[in-house]
Structures are given as C-alpha cells and as structure tokens.
Design a protein around this ligand. Structure first.
Ligand SMILES: Cc1cc2nc3c(=O)[nH]c(=O)nc-3n(C[C@H](O)[C@H](O)[C@H](O)COP(=O)(O)OP(=O)(O)OC[C@H]3O[C@@H](n4cnc5c(N)ncnc54)[C@H](O)[C@@H]3O)c2cc1C
Length: 393
C-alpha cells in the first residue's frame, strides 16, 4: 500500500510537470485526439508535447511490458494512473485500434518477433491500424465471411471485399480476416496483417447519417500478402486457419473498449452541465436525469469491478458482451437526454452556436454504438446463452 501511495504521489507530480494545460480539457471533436500513423499531424504543440512525454514514459500503453513500448505497470498502478489522469481531465495521448484491439491479440497470440516489432510501433503511434472483419452479408454472422487468400507459395493472393472498415482511408495497415480453407467454416480463417498501400487495396468512404464519413468499403483485388515480414514475423497472427480464435479474443477487447467500462465518460455531472447550457430544467427531465445519473454511477462501479476481476483472471469471458450492451445503451440514453435538455437549438445542423451541429451529429453517431463491434441483440443472445445459461438460447 505504501508503495502504491508513493506511486500515486510520483504520478501526480509527473502529470503536473508533463501534461500541458491544453491537454486537460474534455475531448470535443476528432482532432482533439491524436491517432498516430504515417499520415498523422499534430493539432498543436501541446498535443505533440503530451504525446512525446507519454511515449518516453511508456504511458501510451501503461500496462504493456517495457520491452514492447509500455511502462510495465501492475494492474493497481495502471488504475492509479487512470484515476490521476481522470482527476486532471487529461486527454488520452494516443487513440488507436492498435492499442485497443490488435495489441491485446498480439500479446496473447503473437510470436516474440511480431510483438517486438508491431507492439513497439503501436506504442509509438507509428502505424495506424484498421479492422477488416465485416463483409456485405457477414456482420453478426461473421464466420460466414468470404474474402479469400489463395496460397501462392511465398505469399497469399487475397481477393474480396470488407465493409464498415472504420478509418480505412486513414489507416496504414489492416488486421484482416481472410478465408484460407473453404472446406472448414471455423477452422478455415486466417488472421492476417498487411499494408493498406499494397497494390490492389482500394477504399471507398461511406457517408453516415451524422454527415460524417468515418468508415469505408474496402476492396482487395489480387493483393499479394507476403507470408513473412522477416525472421519470426509471419503475416498471420496465431496459426494459419486458426484465426477465428484470435478474432474472437480481439472482439472481447473491442467490446470492452466500446462499452467505455475502462474509464470512459461516466457523465454523472450531466445535470450540472445541462443546467449551465439551458439555465433551467423541468421536473420530468430532472427526474430522468437523476435516474440516468444513478444508472451511470452503478455502471461505473460495475465496470471497475469487472475490470479488476478480469485483470485478476477471474472474470467471466462473456462479461465484455454484457458491458458492451449496457454501456452503449446508456450512452444512447445520455445523448437523448442532452438533446431534450438542449431544446430546438440542439437540432441545428450548421449553426455557430452548436459548433456546426455537434449535439445532433454526436446524438446520431451514438445510434451506431449498439451496432458496431456486435449489435445489442447479439450481445443479449450471448448473455442469455453464456452467462444466464437460459434454455433454448
Ligand atoms: C460505426 C461503426 C463502425 C464499424 N467499424 C467496423 C470496422 O472497423 N471493421 C469491421 O469489420 N466492421 C465494422 N463495423 C461493422 C459492425 O461490426 C457490424 O455492423 C455489426 O457486426 C452488425 O453486422 P451487420 O451490420 O451486418 O448487421 P446484421 O448482422 O445484418 O444485423 C441486422 C440486424 O439483425 C439483427 N440480428 C442479426 N443476427 C441476429 C440474431 N442471431 N439474433 C437476433 N438478432 C439478430 C441485428 O441485431 C441487427 O439489428 C462497424 C459498424 C458501425 C456501425
């Protein structure tokens, strides 16, 4: 305990010295977050200074081992860092699918050489990754995916199409599910890594209801994926034809991330923020806010408990599905409330007062929360079957 108190004090003074004031503000839009990658630019000097300080300290991925670019923090230390960053409203220094999704899968299934290369690149924000799972006709029923990689000796020749590939047009590399055996549904998929600049890869942005275009259709036309990127660095993670195991493991981490259970926006101060925004609240809205606040706090407490259990190896493997369901439905409710509180102003699409329609665009974006990473209906199916053990589920 004394060690942890010392760690807390050291962390607090390190943050005081290294986190610029501009980085102690809530994230308001995409540009407030640094996503890294070959094409990335920093929004301002403060964002760069904060990112550089965190990379040097291993704080872009605090709980990863030092040899892979992390700080090697224990679970209680990582929790203290989260709390101390939350206390000063520090923005994440780096957001990336590499950190949330691919990294955990590599830590579990990667070869040592793969980990040394890719995890360090992720920690330093050098490569931006996208996720090639869904296909037209294969979303919830992901295992039916058809993108095919033909074995050509020293390389795979990949053909097919992915869809809903978030930020594919900004990404440098893709982690991609590729069928390598058409005769075996579950044990015929390989989890491959390849460069989005490979010849034959094309992306086409899809426009969302919010007016933004954060994801794409992704096409593969005779893409040559080398089987090895150097000694001990195969293109696939895990074994050839056993990518489904890797894919499922990664989905658990994706769902945990989308649920916001690891320190996401709890917003128990939502009522106060609305009061500032609107000046007054009617009785019905006040009651709805109070109910929301109670649920958000309960969810936060449940998230902490589940995280502790998972880090101690005692969590139920299906817990992220439950958290994803509750967290995303809660976030949708939160934005409904914000729209109600904001009145007709929040419906404005382009006005200066709303920062170019931020309330309505953000509200519409939340509609996707209960679809991305697995829909609410599918999460409930998993909970019925694997946690509640319901007959017939
Ligand atoms: C914002 C956003 C970002 C995304 N980013 C990515 C990405 O980066 N990479 C990627 O690969 N994919 C991505 N996706 C795709 C996402 O994973 C799929 O949309 C999701 O898995 C659902 O698949 P689907 O869209 O094909 O819907 P479908 O599977 O066709 O489902 C349609 C409806 O049927 C319901 N349904 C389906 N099966 C069942 C069942 N067994 N029981 C009950 N109801 C069922 C669903 O709940 C849903 O309401 C993203 C999606 C969104 C919205």
């Amino acid at each position: 305990m004394a060690d942890l108190e010392t760690f807390r004090a050291e962390t607090r003074s390190w943050l005081e010295a290294n986190c610029p004031d501009e980085m102690r503000q809530p994230v308001r839009d995409e540009e407030d977050v640094y996503w890294g990658g070959r094409k990335a630019t920093f929004k301002n000097d403060a964002q760069k200074a904060w990112f550089d300080a965190c990379v040097a300290k291993g704080y872009t991925v605090p709980a990863w081992p030092k040899e892979y670019g992390g700080a090697g923090l224990s679970a209680p230390e990582a929790k203290i860092l989260r709390e101390e960053m939350g206390r000063i409203n520090a923005r994440p220094p780096l957001s990336s699918f590499g950190i949330w999704m691919l990294g955990p899968a590599l830590l579990k299934f990667g070869t040592e050489a793969q980990k040394l290369r890719f995890l360090n690149e992720i920690a330093r924000g050098e490569i931006r990754w996208c996720q090639g799972y869904s296909e037209p006709g294969s979303g919830s029923d992901l295992v039916s995916m058809q993108t095919f990689g033909e074995d050509k000796g020293d390389h795979w020749e990949v053909n097919g199409q992915k869809i809903w590939t978030s930020y594919a047009d900004h990404a440098d590399w893709i982690f991609c599910l590729v069928r390598t055996d058409k005769t075996n549904k579950y044990q015929g998929i390989t989890f491959m890594l390849f460069d989005m600049e490979s010849q034959g890869v094309a992306t086409k942005p899809i426009l969302l209801i919010s007016g933004n275009s954060p994801f794409c259709e992704t096409f593969f036309d005779d893409v040559k994926v080398p089987k090895e990127y150097g000694e001990g660095i195969p293109a696939q993670v895990g074994e050839v034809n056993r990518g489904w195991d890797v894919a499922k493991y990664l989905l658990g981490h994706e769902r945990e991330m989308i649920s916001g259970a690891d320190g996401g926006d709890r917003t128990s101060a939502i009522g106060a923020a609305m009061l500032r925004q609107t000046g007054e609240l009617d009785a019905v809205l006040r009651a709805e806010l109070a109910m929301f606040d109670v649920d958000a706090l309960a969810y936060g407490a449940m998230g902490e408990k589940f995280l502790d259990e998972m880090k101690a190896g005692k969590g139920h493997p299906a817990q992220p599905n439950m958290m994803k369901y509750v967290g995303t439905e809660l976030n949708k409710r939160r934005h409904e409330l914000m729209m109600s509180a904001g009145g007709s102003t929040s419906l404005e699409w382009d006005s200066e007062e709303t920062g170019g329609g931020k309330p309505s665009r953000n509200w519409l974006r939340t509609k996707a929360n209960s679809i991305e990473g697995g829909t609410s209906e599918v999460m409930l199916n998993v909970v019925s079957k694997r946690i509640l053990d319901l007959p017939g589920a």
